[in-house]
Design a protein around this ligand. Structure first.
Ligand code: FAD
Length: 501
């Protein structure tokens, strides 16, 4: 190979990852690059993946996608956070909202003042001081205001959407931008001798598709990254025990179109509830070491808001990541690169950040390995940060009503997480390291939400007059309650911006 520019890319796989990659590459590198996507209708896609986190707005914006058009096309709804039910202990619930808690005061983080007040005997839910949480609980929604002086600048949101409709929406845009779609199953990967890079793939009907760069979006199979390049897989089961999910959509009922995802702890895992415009997505994520598939399915079906709209689907997975996401001229995105259970809705984001990294490090045809090394290092850090954040939820449980939860609390945690918890326990400090996907306030929400109140607080908070702090807290709480009460109801907002479904 020479070191000229990459002129052709073959994306293997047409799930959410494949079409996100196709749409982004054709938009961001519009000239001189031919993009082909091959997908197998017979294999199909995973078909779940409906809740997201706020950075997806930046991805859509970069593709020039209008929010209202997107919400209409994907039967989507708005998400202000996740409600965790029964995670700390049975009967408890808390919200992990997007956005921030209150405002820092005199250079001291808001939650430090909250901790000081708590030590003085004030018992209040810190979520009362996050506008996203206050609005979410009331079933209301507004997008953030761009004026930082407006209280609405504290809003922040992501989406729930039908992943199949999103992939179709992106496919239309990608094909319009010149991406060629090929239907067929890759049955052989043809590698060059010397460096072991991939030259082409052979389809079941003997067609051969060659390219300079290959993007593996083939899902759990990892047809190229594992099948051909043997990247290896780091198994996170010692930290994250769940290895199965059973998923089923149902008619919307119960709380209706909530602007938040709900995660309810169950005897051997947890159940998601994701409200869309035309249905509610549900799934029970569990560990096969503690529960049979039949029991999981029965529990899921017994805990739906409305009648099931399809047969339950069983999905098997191993939490973890490829040891290398980029080898030679093969880059893995999506499930081909790794998977952590959807507890904090991170998988689609990992696709997005993989695409951003690929664009920033886009190789030439020398494939020197330097770009790959940086890509892999950054990907490892991000995957591990997500692993730690998810492990935190299990580690902090007080449940002792089933072997699954008793073992979850006793399970060893990664050193990086242990260090973070130790720092928190002393004085409520938590830091965002290496561009941690989850900012400080996300950690604060889960740590406090699951009852880990630190032994102390940042004593700099003592330097502000307590009476003044008190006044500000009272004002802020009232301001947020008032602002939320003036927002439209979530369903009304959707009907207004994306009518017609
Ligand atoms: P897939 O959807 O599996 O697509 C793989 C593609 O590769 C398909 O088109 C298939 O046909 C093709 N393919 C495979 N082998 C071949 C071959 N040999 N030849 C040709 N084509 C081939 N993410 C979130 O962000 N939020 C969530 O709430 C969420 N919930 C989830 C719940 C569960 C239970 C699971 C398992 C995942 C969840 N995810 C979630 C993850 C999310 O579904 C995926 O990250 C996302 O859909 C991307 O999947 P993918 O495109 O990598 O793989």
């Amino acid at each position: 190979m020479t070191n000229g520019p990459v002129r052709s890319v073959l994306i293997v796989g047409g799930g959410t990852a494949g079409w996100m990659a196709a749409a982004a590459l054709s938009r961001m590198i519009p000239t001189g690059l031919s993009v082909t996507l091959v997908e197998s209708d017979a294999i199909g896609t995973i078909g779940v993946g409906e809740a997201t986190i706020p950075p997806i707005r930046a991805f859509n914006a970069a593709l020039g996608i209008d929010e209202a058009e997107f919400i209409a096309a994907t039967a989507g709804s708005f998400k202000l956070g996740i409600e965790f039910v029964g995670w700390g202990a049975t009967g408890e619930r808390y919200l992990h909202p997007f956005g921030v808690f209150g405002f820092d005061q005199e250079g001291v983080r808001f939650h430090q003042h909250w901790l000081r007040r708590r030590a003085a005997g004030v018992r209040e839910d810190i979520a009362d001081y996050a506008l996203c949480a206050v609005a979410a609980r009331e079933g209301r929604f507004m997008p953030p205001a761009s004026d930082p002086a407006s209280v609405l600048s504290q809003m922040n949101h992501a989406y729930h959407f039908d992943a199949g409709l999103y992939a179709a929406f992106l496919r239309t845009r990608a094909e319009r931008a010149g991406v060629v779609r090929v239907e067929g199953e890759v049955v052989e990967v043809i590698k060059e001798g010397e460096r072991g890079n991939v030259n082409a793939v052979r389809l079941a009907d003997s067609r051969i598709l060659a390219a300079d760069l290959f993007v593996d979006c083939s899902g759990f199979r990892g047809v190229l990254i594992e099948g051909a390049m043997q990247a290896g897989y780091e198994d996170w089961t010692p930290w994250l025990a769940c290895d199965r999910a059973v998923a089923v959509p149902c008619a919307t009922g119960g709380d209706g179109l909530t602007p938040f995802t709900r995660s309810t702890a169950r005897p051997a895992g947890w159940q998601w509830r994701i409200p869309l415009q035309h249905r509610t997505g549900n799934g029970y994520v569990y560990s096969s070491a503690y529960l049979s598939d039949d029991e999981a399915t029965a529990t899921l079906l017994a805990n739906l808001d409305g009648p099931a709209l399809a047969e339950p689907r069983l999905l098997r997975f191993t939490a973890g990541r490829r040891r290398r996401q980029w080898i030679g001229n093969v880059v893995a995105l999506g499930l081909a690169g790794g998977f952590a259970e959807p507890l904090e809705s991170t998988s689609i984001h990992m696709v997005q950040s993989g695409i951003s990294r690929l664009l920033a490090l886009f190789p030439d045809r020398e494939f020197s390995g330097v770009e790959a090394a940086t890509f892999n290092r950054q990907a490892d850090v991000q995957y591990d940060q997500v692993r730690d954040f998810l492990a935190l939820h299990y580690h902090l449980t007080h449940r002792d009503d089933s072997p699954f939860w008793r073992d979850a609390a006793a399970r060893a945690i990664p050193d990086t997480l242990a260090e973070k918890i130790a720092l928190w326990k002393r004085a409520g400090r938590v830091f965002r390291r290496d561009d941690d996907l989850f900012a400080e306030d996300s950690w604060v929400a889960v740590l406090l939400g699951q009852g880990l109140v630190p032994g102390g607080w940042d004593r700099m908070a003592d330097l502000t007059d307590p009476a003044m702090v008190e006044q500000r807290f009272v004002r802020l709480r009232a301001l947020f309650a008032d602002a939320a009460s003036r927002m439209p109801r979530h369903a009304d907002y959707i009907a207004r911006v994306a009518p017609g479904r």
